[in-house]
Design a binder for this molecule. Structure first.
Ligand SMILES: [Mg+2]
Length: 446
């Protein structure tokens, strides 16, 4: 008797919130008091291997109320499906979720529903990589170019990138992949750190952390700006004095400005030699970014952590609006859409420097950059992955930084799984931390 094929038996969700607002970790010009949070999903199966698929998307507190509900609205698409079939072709699930006509009305392919799709799709990729006993970066790097092309949805981007072009890029990317994999395992992938530069930190803390970043081997730091120009001038001067002239310093306005303000403010900080200005204005304003880029050169323009899908990225590239493309592992529709975006960036020759930090975003996005290096763009030149040094201890397979570089993960999967103790403590509102907190009447997240 042949065994029954394994099925997805549960899509469990968790509302996980960390009280980061109390230390002003993560504070920036638009988000003064974030509680870093994850809308977290676990796919369970009845397979004998006991493997689960873990995924999540990042919010900063009360957004989780809505985000978890959005993931739950997708449950019926996943329950009962064949594990084997889904893992052989995650693109099928991606298309089914995007194609839900009743939920599509809430997008299409943007915002809360799209982030929910990303969480579920990424959980499936985690499961697929675990079943293949490979870290996701290697699962992708070992995949046939033709199969990778089949995982990309070319709808709305074929005017900028055809499947034939994508295949050619991936076939070229395969050349020398084995040598690059050896280099990656030896050296890791370069990172940069945002930890010194949160807006709520004192100048003393900024100086201490900026010096520490250089001592830790980082060649780039980033400062939050955009709330008060006089403060920004002082903080940029302080940071530049702490790191010296040779370390790159990026500035990040988190969408604070109008186009004209972005130009004036960036010019006012130009004497401190910022390497890029990040999210100078709305992530939807393609032409605004193009205008800013023209006006603030040679300061580079970077964006992407809030760019909602491959279609907006396509336009940013077509319009010559950005110098640096910042993918986020949990903003768009999961690995499939990020494959499309990495391919677009390669086609247009724009370096990808991922957004990370948050909860688990470093853990996820390192896999995409490492795959890109080994088997797509083939380079780390002018490429760095953001690093923020908190909340990693909640993950079973946390990132490991060595001399300013992300070391290549070796454990199978997408490094997405959180520790059971962390889920038990920080699930909102019933986890041990929040239950005690709410009982004391603090209720910071309420
Ligand atoms: Mg940013």
């Amino acid at each position: 008797m042949s065994p029954t094929p394994a099925r997805i038996t549960a899509v469990d969700t968790f509302d996980v919130r960390f009280p980061t607002s109390r230390e002003l970790d993560g504070s920036d010009a638009m988000n003064p008091d974030p509680d870093y949070s994850a809308a977290y999903v676990v796919l369970r199966t009845d397979a004998d291997d006991g493997l689960e698929g873990h995924g999540f998307t990042f919010t900063i507190g009360r957004g989780n109320d809505v985000q978890v509900a959005a993931i739950e609205a997708l449950r019926h698409h996943v329950l009962g499906r064949s594990v084997e079939e889904l893992c052989a072709d995650p693109g099928t699930l991606n298309r089914d979720l995007i194609g839900d006509s009743q939920l599509r009305w809430l997008g299409p392919e943007k915002g809360v529903m799209h982030m929910a799709i990303g969480a579920v799709v990424n959980a499936l990729w985690d499961l697929a990589a675990k079943r293949a006993r490979k870290p996701l970066w290697r699962f992708l790097a070992d995949a046939e170019p033709q199969w990778l092309v089949s995982q990309v949805d070319f709808r709305y981007i074929a005017d900028a990138l055809t499947p034939q072009e994508a295949l050619a890029i991936l076939q070229l990317g395969r050349r020398g992949a084995a040598e690059r994999e050896v280099l990656l395992r030896e050296r890791g992938y370069p990172g940069y750190t945002t930890s010194p530069g949160w807006l709520g930190y004192s100048d003393e803390k900024l100086t201490r952390l900026a010096r520490q970043a250089v001592a830790d081997g980082f060649t780039q730091i980033k400062l939050k700006v955009g709330a008060d120009l006089a403060d920004d001038v002082r903080r940029c001067r302080t940071a530049r004095e702490a790191i010296g002239p040779d370390i790159r310093m990026a500035i990040d306005a988190n969408q604070r400005w109008n186009v004209g303000e972005a130009v004036e403010w960036t010019r006012a900080l130009a004497e401190f030699d910022p390497y890029w200005v990040e999210e100078p204005t709305s992530p939807d304003d393609v032409l605004g970014h193009a205008a800013i880029r023209k006006a603030v050169a040679p300061v580079k323009v970077a964006t992407g952590e809030h760019v909602q899908n491959r279609i907006v990225f396509k336009q940013l590239l077509q319009a010559g609006a950005i110098d640096v493309l910042q993918i986020d592992a949990a903003r768009v529709g999961g690995v499939n859409e990020n494959l499309a975006i990495l391919l677009l960036a390669a086609k247009f020759g724009v370096p990808v420097c991922p957004h990370a930090g948050g909860v688990g975003l470093c853990e996820l996005v390192q896999h995409l950059s490492m795959f890109d290096y080994v088997a797509l763009s083939g380079t780390t030149e002018n490429r760095v992955i953001e690093y923020v040094d908190h909340l990693h201890d909640h993950f079973i397979d946390p990132v490991v930084l060595r001399d300013g570089h992300y070391t290549a993960p070796t454990a199978p999967g997408f490094s997405a799984a959180m520790r059971a103790e962390s889920l038990a403590e920080f699930t909102y509102p019933d986890g041990a931390f929040w239950a005690a907190d709410l009982a004391q009447g603090k209720g910071a997240a309420a």
